[in-house]
Write a protein of this length. Structure first.
Length: 340
């Protein structure tokens, strides 16, 4: 599945090829209960057509009106705009609870970088795009999974591609459902399955198959803080091997299928036979997934993905609060190039 950002870029490319003028808008900072996170994209066509979102609708209407009125017709370089700087403006634009958005708006002239981003992300590459506001120049480079959006007032770096990874142990029916949902959420999905009889019926495009033993494959992918690992085979010989390595890694989420009784027995095995310590064992999500009284493979997959997203967003939210505090101390956000 394409992410929303990539769909926006695809639309921009098509509109430019059809001869339209296009303004690309990126959320760079938010305060309060802003409805869209930093990095969210909106493209506005010269006739008012839109793709993507930066606020869920309230700010988009104002941007469309301004473009239709010709205010951006002579825009040659990127500039900044802030919405909801005061409580009254937040109310006017429908931003909840006094939320504030700081945006970078840029006229799109050259589409070569868009073509490159689309090509590279289709090959599962993570791409960093740096925009210089002074002249509108764009630079692309390979990005690291640990990177995040960066804005210092003069340059904006955004990421495109599968920043988050999900490694599934086992290629059963449940794994296929989990993989499909994870792809819709822009995860790069890998499935470790050394048993050939289980991979014969797999035909999910975009999923990487790892045929080695689970502990070796977990070690080989070098799990980081943007990696989730879920053991789904119900075979202790495979699941425990993966968990032994995963629980000592930097993966932000480690889960395993099984009842509470099975999970307790698993923790006991890992502690007694492999000397896994309590801090590592405490990281294990098991039974895996949120408690939804799920019955079917699809419902269980929903519960698993929901818990992974919950843990992911909690960690990302904590990190963003730190970055936002640093940005406040570093810049005077009340003085954008253009403010409404």
């Amino acid at each position: 599945m394409e992410s929303l950002d990539l769909r926006v870029l695809s639309d921009v490319l098509a509109w430019k090829q059809a001869g339209h003028g296009v303004t690309l808008v990126t959320v760079v900072e938010t305060w309060g209960s802003a409805p869209r996170p930093p990095g969210a994209l909106l493209a506005v066509r010269d006739d008012g057509g839109v793709s993507g979102s930066v606020s869920g609708g309230c700010v988009e209407d104002d941007l469309i009106a301004r473009i239709r009125a010709g205010e951006y017709a002579n825009l040659k370089h990127p500039s900044m705009v802030a919405y909801g700087v005061t409580k009254e403006e937040a109310t006017r634009f429908g931003l909840p609870c006094g939320g504030t958005l700081r945006l970078v708006q840029e006229p799109v002239f050259d589409t070569h970088w868009i073509e490159q981003v689309l090509q590279r992300t289709s090959a599962h590459q993570l791409v960093a795009r740096t925009l210089t506001l002074r002249d509108g120049s764009v630079q692309l480079r390979d990005a690291q999974r640990s990177e995040a959006l960066a804005f210092d007032g003069s340059t904006l770096t955004t990421l495109f591609g599968p920043r988050w990874r999900l490694l599934l142990i086992g290629a059963g029916q449940l794994s296929q459902s989990v993989a499909q949902m994870a792809q819709m959420l822009d995860f790069d999905v890998l499935v470790c399955e050394p048993r050939k009889e289980y991979t014969a019926g797999w035909s999910l495009p975009g999923v990487t198959h790892l045929a080695g033993m689970p502990d070796d494959e977990v070690l080989a992918i070098q799990p980081d803080a943007h990696t989730a690992i879920v053991a789904l085979t119900h075979d202790p010989k495979l699941d425990d091997m993966a968990l032994l390595t995963a629980l000592n890694s930097s993966a932000f989420y480690v889960g395993a299928l099984g009842s509470r009784r099975n999970q307790q027995a698993r923790k006991q095995r890992l502690a007694e036979h492999f000397d896994l310590r309590e801090p590592a064992l405490a990281r294990l999500h098991g039974p895996v997934g949120l408690r939804l009284d799920a019955k079917t493979p699809a419902e269980i997959a929903v519960s698993i993905i929901a818990e992974i997203v919950q843990v992911k967003n909690k960690g990302a939210s904590d990190a963003m609060l730190t970055l936002s505090a640093e940005a406040h101390a570093r810049t005077d956000w009340r003085s954008p190039v253009c403010a409404v």
